[in-house]
Design a protein around this ligand. Structure first.
Ligand code: ACO
Length: 323
């Protein structure tokens, strides 16, 4: 039974924070940020806006585009690394606010790789018969967990959400392969403490409650795993680089995306990039990029897509799919 995405909605907050704005906050420059990352501006949630609010608004967008799409949803998955609470899950909070009380609900915690992981969990739940229609969210407010005095991390991130309906699709469409992985040896390169002030590889008593990152290590890791996981996902689906109509990568850094493109044999002009306007929105970045390329007509019915993502864990995930 082929499974795929049948509806997609997104949301970004209205507040824009440009690189020029950051120049007024600490010692940095638009030129430094653009040349190292490709990011020009990002969107920030309001003080009282949290991941569930981002998610609810993305669902509202989905319903406006596809009326009736929530009917029959019996499972809600929310990929997030900036949840409202440990519990209730952000998925349960969103479900309650969009009229899906009673559906199963759980969060998927794989940092920026979360949306690709959650799509594969949805596929498994559908194929196993546990669910018949799944709402998959990627909803984030990373602006609330970054240290706004750490210029090497806070420049990267923005807020937003995506919401997708995952269900059975006609033969010839949908997911063709998934590749998932994680390597805890790199966990100390990208982390956010919760209860235990203890992560293997991070000196005890580091005391930073906000997101911690070793940018150079994450960069090297990202280039390697984007390429490896994307190639494995293509191989599993019997595809090669020239078969891909559009690559939709996690939007972390244009230099990471460009070097992965070179290794894949997928040209950059066949790759969806919107990080210049939204920065790294973590688990929301793949659905935001996908929606944009659907709206402007780049992605057409029947196109061969390759989704690739990486993030904290360190983790990676890729999927070949026919749109
Ligand atoms: N403005 C100006 N100078 C800066 C800034 C800034 N915003 N940030 C750092 N610098 C300085 C550093 O202090 C350093 O100065 P020094 O040489 O005097 O010490 C110099 O610039 C170079 O710093 P590096 O960290 O080596 O710069 P690099 O070229 O590695 O770029 C960056 C840093 C952009 C963070 C890059 O390493 C990167 O993008 N890494 C990947 C990070 C990433 O994608 N994280 C998200 C993962 S997804 C998830 O799950 C959350």
């Amino acid at each position: 039974m082929p499974i795929g995405i049948t509806a997609l909605g997104t949301y970004v907050p209205t507040r824009v924070l440009t690189n020029k704005d950051l120049e007024g906050m600490f010692d940095t420059s638009d030129e430094w940020i653009v040349s190292r990352t490709g990011i020009r501006e990002r969107r920030l949630a309001g003080e009282e806006e949290f991941a569930s609010d981002m998610g609810v608004r993305a669902v509202n967008d989905l319903v406006a585009r596809y009326p009736g799409a929530l009917e029959g949803v019996d499972l809600v998955l929310c990929a997030t690394s900036s949840p409202d609470a440990f519990f209730p899950s952000t998925a349960a909070i969103v479900a309650g606010q969009v009229g899906l009380n009673g559906a199963g609900a759980l969060d998927v915690s794989v940092a920026c790789t979360g949306f690709v992981y959650a799509l594969s969990v949805a596929q498994g739940m559908l194929m196993g018969g546990t669910a018949t229609k799944v709402l998959v969210l990627g909803a984030e407010v990373l602006s609330k967990i970054v240290d706004w005095t750490d210029r090497s991390t806070c420049i990267l991130f923005g807020d937003g959400a995506g919401a997708a309906i995952v269900e059975e699709v006609p033969e010839g469409y949908g997911f063709q392969s998934f590749v998932l992985g994680a390597d805890s040896a790199g966990g100390s390169s990208l982390y956010k403490f919760a209860i235990a002030d203890r992560i293997p590889g991070v000196p005890v008593g580091t005391g930073n409650a906000m997101l911690g990152m070793n940018g150079r290590e994450v960069f090297k890791f990202a280039v390697r795993v984007l390429t490896d996981s994307g190639q494995k996902a293509m191989h599993k689906a019997g595809l090669k680089g020239s078969d891909i109509d559009w690559m939709v990568p996690h939007q972390a850094n244009i230099r990471i995306i460009e070097s992965a493109c070179g290794r894949f044999g997928v040209p950059i002009d066949k790759t969806v990039v919107n990080l210049d306007r939204f920065g790294n929105t973590s688990s929301a970045s793949v659905p935001l990029a996908l929606r944009e390329a659907l709206d402007d007509g780049r992605i057409q019915d029947g196109d061969q897509l390759l989704l690739v993502a990486f993030g904290g864990g360190l983790s990676w995930g890729a999927s070949a799919m026919k749109w």
